[in-house]
Design a protein around this ligand. Structure first.
Ligand code: ZN
Length: 226
């Protein structure tokens, strides 16, 4: 960690991130206790909804952890966490439907998801090397190295930005599929929206956080110019 006054720039993102994490957890817990009247388990629900959309060759399996739900495009597998798989709660059907939304994005070649998938390898290397490269630039007082570090970090910011439409669109598809299923009451659907909106906020916080870190690197590099 590099300390100077610019460190205050990363505080808003950090605080927003912690707040969003806490909010998603509390919203998830609240709606996890509310069972839907229809009572269909989440994995069965998403299988039905996806097959209605023409997605039939998908695996749906349970996975360890809390809120570790994800769609793995490489194996075309939807992994649902404890508390979601096997549950008929408002939280469970919302999260499972959101992941099903990602599966639908893959099936339909949704642009931002394609770009995001292509970026993954480069971004994971770049974001790990950004700070070491930048710090070497400072140590050797060599600007091109500082800017190389900034460029590597900028890729992580772009990645974080492209994640936003991917996540919002998955939730939009989830709300639509759940509503069209005809299984749920308006109250249940409104609970789902609250759970998914809370989850979306964590991605917004993450984007703001990486953007502010980028701004900080640029400011540090510029001050080294004189
Ligand atoms: Zn998602």
């Amino acid at each position: 960690m590099y300390f100077d006054w610019t460190i205050i720039l990363i505080l808003p993102g950090l605080i927003l991130g912690l707040w969003a994490q806490a909010r998603v957890k509390s919203t998830f817990e609240k709606y996890r206790k509310i069972h839907t009247q229809h009572g269909i388990p989440s994995q069965e629900l998403v299988r039905q909804m996806l097959s209605r959309q023409g997605v039939v060759d998908i695996a749906i399996s349970p996975t360890e952890g809390t809120l570790s739900d994800h769609y793995d495009p490489s194996s075309n597998t939807l992994r649902l966490s404890q508390g979601v798989y096997g549950s008929d709660s408002v939280s469970a059907i919302g999260i499972a439907a959101h992941e099903a939304g990602h599966a639908l994005q893959k099936e339909q070649g949704y642009g931002p998801l394609v770009i995001r998938s292509v970026m993954v390898p480069a971004v994971s290397i770049g974001s790990n090397l950004a700070w070491p490269i930048f710090m070497m630039g400072i140590v050797f007082s060599w600007k091109p190295l500082m800017y190389a570090g900034i460029a590597a970090f900028a890729a992580a910011v772009v990645f974080s930005l492209i994640t936003l439409p991917v996540e919002f669109d998955a939730s939009r598809r989830a709300n639509q599929m759940l509503s069209e299923s005809g299984y749920f009451t308006q109250e249940e659907l409104s609970g789902v929206r609250k759970v998914l909106n809370a989850a979306a906020l964590t991605y917004v916080a993450s984007f703001i956080s990486t953007l502010m870190q980028l701004l900080r690197l640029i400011l540090i590099a510029r001050r080294r110019n004189d």
